[in-house]
Design a protein around this ligand. Structure first.
Ligand SMILES: Nc1ncnc2c1ncn2[C@@H]1O[C@H](COP(=O)(O)OP(=O)(O)OP(=O)(O)O)[C@@H](O)[C@H]1O
Ligand code: SF4
Ligand SMILES: [Mg+2]
Length: 306
C-alpha cells in the first residue's frame, strides 16, 4: 500500500555561535520500506533518531529533501494518532464533533449525520455511545486516546500512522489501547506504521520491526526473528535494556555507553561507531548499507555481516 524510497530530510539550522547557516540536522538519511495491506510496520529507536520526522514526512506535514512516497492505490487515505491525546483534542469542541471532523472535512457525511456517526464511532473505540456531548476534559487519558483513535479511523483510512500512541499513558492502560488498535486493524483492514521507543511494545504490535538509529534503518525483521536473532549491535542494546526481555537472556554481555551521534556534524562510516563495542577498522571509513542476511526478511546494516 505504501512504498517509501530513499527518504531524506535535513533540517536547516539558523546560523549562530556554534553553527553556520550551511549546517543541517540530518534527521532522515535515506529511509526505505514497504507496507502491505493490514500489516503493521513498527519503528523503534531512541529519542531524536528521526521517528517523528519520518511520520510527518509520510503524512506530508514536512516536505522531504529527496526520496519518494508512493501510495497504492493512489487515493489511499492516511490518518495519524500522536502521543499526547490531550494536546491533540480541541478543548472547546464536543467529542461528537471532534470524532467526526475528518468525515465532515472530506464531505463523507453532512452535519445532520454527525450524531449517528459519532455514536457508531464511540462504540467502535469502546466508549459509551451517548458520551458525544461531553468535552475532552471530562475524559481520562486512555479515554482521550480512544477519541483520537476514533477520529483517525472515522474516514476509513487505509493507513494510520501511530506516533508513540501509548507513551503518555499509565502502563495499566497501555495494553488496552494497543489491543484496541489490533482489534480495529482486524475489523477495518487498516495498515499501521507504529512508532515507539519501547521495543517490547513494538515487538507486540508489528509484523515487521525496523530499528532506527541516527536517521537510518539499521535492522529490519519480523518481531519473532528480531527478538530471537538480533544482528545489529544497537538492536542488541535495545533488547538488553528491556527488563522483561533482558532479564533471563544475556543477549548483550558488553555494556554500551556513549552519546547519540551528533546529527549536525555527521562523520563518514557507521553512525553507531562511537558506541559500538565490536567495531572494526572499516566501520570508521564506510557506512554499511541495509542488506538482507541469510534470511530474506531479515536485513541489517552492519559490517559484521557484510
Ligand atoms: N521542525 C524541526 N526543526 C528542526 N529540527 C528538528 C525539527 N523536528 C525535529 N528536529 C530534529 O531532528 C531530529 C529528529 O527528531 P525527531 O522528532 O524526528 O525524533 P524522534 O525519533 O521522533 O524523537 P522522540 O523519540 O524524542 O520523539 C532531532 O535532532 C530533532 O531535534
Ligand atoms: S558497522 Fe561496525 S560500528 Fe557499525 S554497528 Fe556494525 S560493527 Fe558496529
Ligand atoms: Mg517523536
Amino acid at each position: 500500500m505504501l512504498t517509501v524510497k530513499d527518504l531524506v530530510k535535513h533540517y536547516p539550522l539558523k546560523a549562530g555561535r556554534f553553527s553556520t547557516s550551511a549546517d543541517k540536522i540530518h534527521a532522515l538519511n535515506g529511509v526505505s520500506f514497504t507496507l502491505g495491506k493490514k500489516q503493521t510496520l513498527g519503528i523503534v529507536g531512541e529519542s531524536g533518531c528521526g521517528k517523528s520526522t519520518l511520520a510527518k514526512t509520510i503524512l506530508g506535514i514536512q516536505n522531504p529533501d529527496s526520496g519518494s512516497i508512493t501510495l497504492e492505490p493512489k487515493e489511499t487515505k492516511m490518518q495519524y494518532i500522536f502521543q499526547d491525546p490531550y494536546l491533540s483534542l480541541n478543548p472547546k469542541m464536543q467529542v461528537k464533533d471532534i470524532i467526526t471532523e475528518p468525515l465532515l472535512a472530506a464531505k463523507m457525511i453532512t452535519k445532520s449525520e454527525i450524531p449517528d456517526e459519532a455514536e457508531h464511532l464511540l462504540e467502535l473505540v469502546g466508549l459509551p455511545k451517548d458520551w458525544g456531548s461531553k468535552y475532552p476534559h471530562e475524559f481520562s487519558g486512555g479515554q482521550r486516546q480512544r477519541i483520537c483513535i476514533g477520529r483517525a479511523i472515522s474516514s476509513r483510512p487505509g493507513i494510520v500512522i501511530c506516533d508513540e500512541p501509548v507513551s503518555s499513558l499509565d502502563v495499566s492502560i497501555q495494553s488496552q489501547i494497543l489491543n484496541l488498535l489490533l482489534e480495529l486493524q482486524d475489523k477495518l483492514e487498516i495498515s499501521y506504521i507504529f512508532i515507539a521507543h519501547n521495543i517490547a511494545v513494538v515487538l507486540y504490535m508489528s509484523d515487521t520491526v525496523s530499528v532506527m538509529y541516527a536517521g537510518y534503518i539499521v535492522e529490519s525483521a519480523p518481531p519473532q526473528e528480531l527478538y530471537a536473532n538480533p544482528m545489529h549491535p544497537y538492536t542488541k542494546l535495545l533488547l538488553s535494556v528491556v527488563p522483561e526481555i533482558g532479564k533471563n537472556k544475556r543477549i548483550f554481555e558488553q555494556k554500551i555507553t556513549g552519546e547519540v551521534p551528533d546529527l549536525i556534524h555527521m562523520e563518514a562510516g557507521c553512525p553507531f561507531y562511537s558506541r559500538c563495542p565490536v567495531h572494526k577498522e572499516i566501520c570508521r571509513k564506510a557506512n554499511p548499507q541495509l542488506k538482507p542476511g541469510e534470511k530474506n526478511d531479515h536485513s541489517c546494516a552492519c559490517w559484521l555481516y557484510q
